[in-house]
Design a protein around this ligand. Sequence first.
Ligand SMILES: CC(C)(COP(=O)(O)OP(=O)(O)OC[C@H]1O[C@@H](n2cnc3c(N)ncnc32)[C@H](O)[C@@H]1OP(=O)(O)O)[C@@H](O)C(=O)NCCC(=O)NCCS
Length: 153
Amino acid sequence: MIEPVLRVLERVDLQRLEALERQQAKPWSRDQLAAALEDEAACVLGAAIEGELIGHAVVARLPFEAELQAMLVTPGMRRHGLGGRLLQEVIEQGRRWGSERLLLEVRAGNAVAIGLYRKAGFGEDGRRRGYYPPHPGATDATREDAILMSRPL
Ligand SMILES: CC(C)(COP(=O)(O)OP(=O)(O)OC[C@H]1O[C@@H](n2cnc3c(N)ncnc32)[C@H](O)[C@@H]1OP(=O)(O)O)[C@@H](O)C(=O)NCCC(=O)NCCS
């Protein structure tokens, strides 16, 4: 596999970022993505192969902490370490900001992402019961818990 290049995305990347994000069941809207790209207190990282965007991560700067707000690797490129590389870059960004901790919340049923976060040193801080609406199209219509996780920076 050609090694993906990681870089900070900018406003000109909006269309590509939107196309990538639409691969999610509940994608961020174009306006949300544009706001993240323009927000000086946020950083949108992208991974690309020959110009094609195949992964991204959004991290926001809070007063004392940083928060991972979104992360996606395109389905055909998963399990090659790219999620781990993006997460490492998010950690580095939090350190550059001087943040004390990196926070995130994840669906309790997202075992893959939870595995990725645990491997990167995140621990569970708590749960928000019924925080997420059911997945669109899911047969089980119950709401899903959010797991709150963090790691020191
Ligand atoms: C979560 C996601 C970003 C991981 O990306 P990835 O490039 O496949 O991740 P990596 O290859 O770096 O995997 C790193 C670790 O994650 C865990 N992991 C990844 N895929 C897994 C799978 N299918 N089953 C179990 N664990 C898995 C493992 O701990 C893995 O380490 P290992 O390969 O040494 O076992 C990707 O699956 C994705 O985009 N999922 C949909 C969006 C999503 O859930 N985002 C997170 C929202 S909070």
